[in-house]
Each structure stands twice: as structure tokens, then as C-alpha cells.
Design a protein. Structure first.
Lengths: 273, 295
């Protein structure tokens, strides 16, 4: 009996002490570039767009030095998005055309990401119909195997066409949101930015449809998500949801209260950001 | 093999006696060390705040411990009455025009009180037990300083200035080697000291009836030297902050990398704690790469 116990113990120790095979692969430069890119994301989420641009550029430079082409292009695309947020159209156009050339000459499979950026630019220009076609195509292209990407484009389409959605599209969004929430709760959601984005959008949709109690539950949920993820610089989105909700519920006292909070939020942002 | 105790009845009381003897010796040593057997003469002073008194700081005179703060309480006019005692063998040092001056460490915390006495003279009158020995920043204490009855020595006010000078010198030598971690730590120490010193300078000058030339009277050359150095250090601070600003892009990912390493270490520990035969081993970190962003 004792011998059996000792053998089992030895076996379990063998399991613990197995070592990985020697690898010649180095990731020092890439890790540094990854960190810069993450910092770019952090500053973008804090609405510090100039800093975000700087970090994305440093990250892109390092990826290019190493030769990580896909990651280089991803950083450039994120820069495109930031340039759009900063309303720097000329710089955006110039960068996007460089990205397209790079993608083409290097034979990279980044066409979908590039077309998304083009759609964003079209929405900005007010060319909604053309942009909608691109986003719908993206939804179709991701339908089979990449749920998170598909769901993102569903919600993005919805955010640009709030009052124009069909009942089927709306039902699909509800199902997608349930799935996103499930993934988020089980910590399996890979694109964490999808959670707050979809929560805000679905709350707006419920408000638009006048489903007030469901809308309120989703606004509360959005509030909690923003709090948990500390999306402090974007809290105006949540406050705006509360303003819309109380205005629609004819509760002028609370609507005014949240409007005041919104004003205060902008004051604090200009003070501390 | 079995041991036999042949003189058990003798050995046990001897060991007990040795243990008791040692205990008594230690207690006596501790008591002597704490001057429990030394007779003490009580005095008191009044100050506006009890900050720094919680540790019952010692009272020193020229580097020797001559007494200690025993207790303190708040009176009806919201001043703090601080009772202290002076050991009997230093009793003759507490003469009229003596004051108590707080001494602060590098970090700005009070370390002890310095007993400041007037120039030695046979005509000096002893302060009677339970009587007031003024605090240096009290009205009476300031009067003694202003009319020149006493001069605050280096160890009191100027001592801090000397320490400040030492740090400022240390910082200046680091100017060429950008040891950021040490520099930042020292900067924080310096700023704490500067803050503490300046607030006391401000307090003393504000409370003085004759502020002209008070810096010279209170701290001698050290104060003037420190003020000059402070001017230099502000320039240095500006340069250092510029270096920090330039290096921020390098520092931020370094910190991030460090966080990442800690995360990995944490994962390894998790893996060790979770036997792979039973659990799933080290969890895999997922990193999303895409342009589907909340913007």
C-alpha cells in the first residue's frame, strides 16, 4: 500500500517537473512592440488621442523592424481610426492608402480590416448606404466561424442605423448580446471592447423601441460594465443613456440631474485628462 | 541506551535558580537601560499641536539624552500641555531662558527635542520643578530668540538645513548618472524636507516680532546656504523632470513589461499549486488582435 502511494507521488512529481523543449525563437522586440500597442489602446480608451497615435507609431516601427507585417498593419489601422476620431481626414486618407499598398504588395489577408476602415470613413462623410453595404458584407464574411467579429459588425451596423433595423435583425442582436454576455461572464470573451460597445448599443435600441424596463436593466448593466472596466473617460456614454431614459420617461427632475452630471463630467475631463 | 539522572533533586533547583537569576538580571538591565532607577525632575511646556509626540520623543542636550516626554494633554484653550522630565544628573542644565526646540529627521518627522540653554553663567537661575520651560515657537520662546537670550544651535534648526545640504549635494552628484529610481526616491525625500523646513521657516518668521535678520540668528549660515542651494535644486529638478519626460516612452513599457513578468510568475505559481494531473495547469493568456474597437 505504501509502495503504491509512493509510486503515485513520484508519478505526480514527474508530471510537474516536465520541461518544455528548447526554443531558439526570440520575442523581445515583438513583446516591446506589443506593450507599446497596448499603451496605444489604453490612451485611445482614455481619449488621449495624440498619445495613442505616438504609441501606435512606436509599436508599428518596432513591428516593421522585426518584420511582423500583420501586426504592423494592425497598428497602422488603429492609427487610422484615431485619425478619424481626431477629424484629421487628409492624414487618414494618406495612411489608409499606404496601408492598402502594403497589404497588396505583401499579400497579407487584411482586406476585411481595411474595408472596415473605409466604411468608417464613408459614415463620417455621410455616405451611409455605401458604408452599410461594406458592413453587411463583413457580417456575412465572419458568420461561420468568428462569432466575436460578426457580433461586433452586427452591433456596429445597428449603431449606425438605430431606427432602421428590421425585427429579424433586432432579434439577432438580442441573441448575439446574450452570447457576448455569456462569454464575458465566463471570462472567455477575447475582444473585451465588444462588451461595452454592444451594451451601449443594445440599450439605445431598447430605448428607441420604447421598451423602458428592459432598457433600464441594460443601462444599469452598461453602467456596471463601464465601472468594472474603468472606462472612466467614456462614462459620458452611460450618462447620456440615463438622460435619454429619463427624458423618455418624462422624469424631468432626474433627466436634469443626469444632464448636470454630464456637464460636470466634461468639466472634469478637461481638468484631468 | 538509557540515560539515568543521578542528581535529579539537586540539578533541577540549580537550573531553576539559574533561570530565575537570568530573568532578574535581564529585568534589572532593562530597567537600568530605561533609567527606571534614575530620579527625574518634572517640567512642562505648551505647544499648539501634539503631532510627533505619540512616540514620547527624548529630550537631548548636545547629543546626550537628558530627559523624555512623559505625557501630554489638551487644556481648555485647546493648547497641548506637554509634561516631560529631566534626569537628576542633568537637572542643573534647565535654567531660565532655556527652551525646547523640535528636531526633525530627513523625512520631516520629529525625532527628538533639543534643550537649548543660554550661555553658561554662574548667575543662571534654575527653573523649579513642575514649572514651564517654553517651547521655541511659543510667544515666550520666540521672545527669547528675538532678544538674543538664546541662539538655536545647528542640531536644532540649522541641523535640518545641514541635512538638506547633504541631500542636495548628493543629488547634484547624480546629475551625470541618470539613476532614475534613486533620484526619484531622493527627490521625494528632499521635497518632504524642503516642505517641512520651509513651513517652519515661515512659521518662525511670521511669529517673530523682529523678522529682520532672523535667518542669521536662528540657523546661522546654514539657512542662507540652504536657501541658495534650493534655488539651484529647482533648476536641477526642472532638468530631471525634463529627462523623465523624455524617457517616459521608455519607462512606461518597462513598467508594463514588469507587470507582465509578474503576471507570468503568478501563472507559474498557479501551475505549481495546481498539480497538472488534477487541474488544467497554467491558464493560457489570450490577447485580442483586431480593429473591432469600442470607438
Amino acid at each position: 500500500m505504501i509502495k503504491l502511494a509512493v509510486s503515485l507521488l513520484l508519478l505526480s512529481c514527474l508530471g510537474c517537473s516536465s520541461t518544455s523543449e528548447k526554443s531558439y525563437k526570440k520575442t523581445d522586440v515583438e513583446s516591446r512592440a506589443d506593450e507599446y500597442s497596448l499603451l496605444g489602446d489604453k490612451f485611445r480608451n482614455e481619449k488621449k488621442y495624440q498619445d495613442a497615435l505616438t504609441y501606435y507609431q512606436t509599436s508599428a516601427d518596432l513591428y516593421l523592424l522585426k518584420g511582423s507585417k500583420e501586426k504592423y498593419l494592425l497598428d497602422q489601422l488603429k492609427q487610422c481610426l484615431v485619425l478619424l476620431k481626431m477629424e484629421m481626414r487628409e492624414e487618414f486618407n494618406l495612411l489608409l492608402s499606404k496601408v492598402k499598398t502594403f497589404n497588396q504588395l505583401e499579400n497579407l489577408a487584411m482586406d476585411k480590416q481595411i474595408s472596415y476602415m473605409e466604411a468608417r470613413a464613408l459614415y463620417e462623410k455621410g455616405n451611409k448606404a455605401e458604408a452599410n453595404v461594406i458592413i453587411q458584407n463583413l457580417i456575412k464574411s465572419y458568420r461561420d466561424d468568428e462569432f466575436e467579429q460578426m457580433a461586433y459588425y452586427q452591433f456596429f451596423f445597428a449603431s449606425q442605423n438605430l431606427s432602421l433595423l428590421t425585427e429579424i435583425e433586432f432579434r439577432q442582436l438580442e441573441l448575439s448580446f446574450e452570447e457576448i454576455k455569456k462569454l464575458y461572464d465566463s471570462r472567455k470573451l477575447q475582444n473585451i471592447e465588444l462588451m461595452p460597445f454592444s451594451a451601449v448599443t443594445i440599450s439605445q435600441l431598447y430605448l428607441g423601441k420604447g421598451m423602458m424596463s428592459v432598457a433600464f436593466n441594460h443601462i444599469s448593466l452598461t453602467d456596471k460594465i463601464y465601472l468594472d472596466l474603468e472606462l472612466t473617460s467614456k462614462r459620458d456614454q452611460v450618462l447620456q443613456l440615463y438622460v435619454d431614459y429619463y427624458e423618455k420617461s418624462s422624469d424631468s427632475a432626474r433627466a436634469t440631474y443626469y444632464k448636470d452630471l454630464l456637464v460636470k463630467f466634461h468639466e472634469l475631463m478637461s481638468k484631468y485628462n | 541506551m538509557k540515560f539515568k539522572y543521578q542528581h535529579r533533586n539537586t540539578l533541577v533547583p540549580v537550573f531553576v535558580a539559574i533561570a530565575v537569576g537570568l530573568l532578574v538580571m535581564f529585568i534589572t538591565l532593562i530597567a537600568i537601560n530605561n533609567k527606571l532607577f534614575t530620579s527625574k525632575i518634572p517640567f512642562y511646556f505648551v505647544m499648539s499641536s501634539a503631532e510627533g509626540l505619540q512616540k514620547h520623543p527624548a529630550i537631548k542636550f548636545k547629543g546626550l539624552e537628558v530627559g523624555k516626554i512623559s505625557d501630554f494633554s489638551l487644556n481648555s484653550s485647546n493648547n497641548v500641555i506637554v509634561n516631560f522630565y529631566i534626569y537628576n544628573n542633568f537637572r542643573d542644565k534647565v535654567v531660565q531662558y532655556s527652551v525646547l526646540s523640535p528636531v526633525y529627521g530627513i523625512t520631516g518627522e520629529m525625532t527628538h527635542f533639543e534643550l537649548v540653554v543660554p550661555k553658561y553663567s554662574e548667575k543662571n537661575i534654575l527653573v523649579q520643578p513642575n514649572e514651564l520651560v517654553p517651547y521655541v515657537n511659543s510667544e515666550l520662546g520666540r521672545k527669547y530668540v528675538d532678544d538674543g537670550s538664546i541662539v538655536i544651535p545647528e542640531e536644532g534648526f540649522g541641523g535640518i538645513m545641514s541635512k538638506l545640504n547633504e541631500i542636495l549635494e548628493g543629488l547634484t552628484t547624480q546629475r551625470t548618472v541618470y539613476k532614475l529610481d534613486t533620484t526619484i526616491k531622493n527627490l521625494s525625500d528632499v521635497l518632504a524636507t524642503v516642505n517641512s523646513v520651509l513651513s517652519r521657516v515661515d512659521h518662525t518668521i511670521a511669529g517673530s516680532s523682529a523678522p529682520e535678520g532672523i535667518l542669521g540668528r536662528v540657523g546661522g549660515d546654514a539657512v542662507t546656504k540652504s536657501m541658495n542651494r534650493l534655488e539651484h535644486i529647482l533648476g536641477y529638478l526642472e532638468e530631471t523632470l525634463a529627462v523623465l519626460h523624455q524617457s517616459r516612452k521608455e519607462i512606461a513599457p518597462m513598467i508594463s513589461n514588469l507587470n507582465e513578468t509578474i503576471k507570468k510568475l503568478n501563472n507559474t505559481l498557479k501551475g505549481v499549486n495546481n498539480n497538472p494531473l488534477i487541474k488544467g495547469g497554467i491558464p493560457k493568456e489570450k490577447k485580442y488582435t483586431g480593429v473591432e474597437l469600442n470607438d
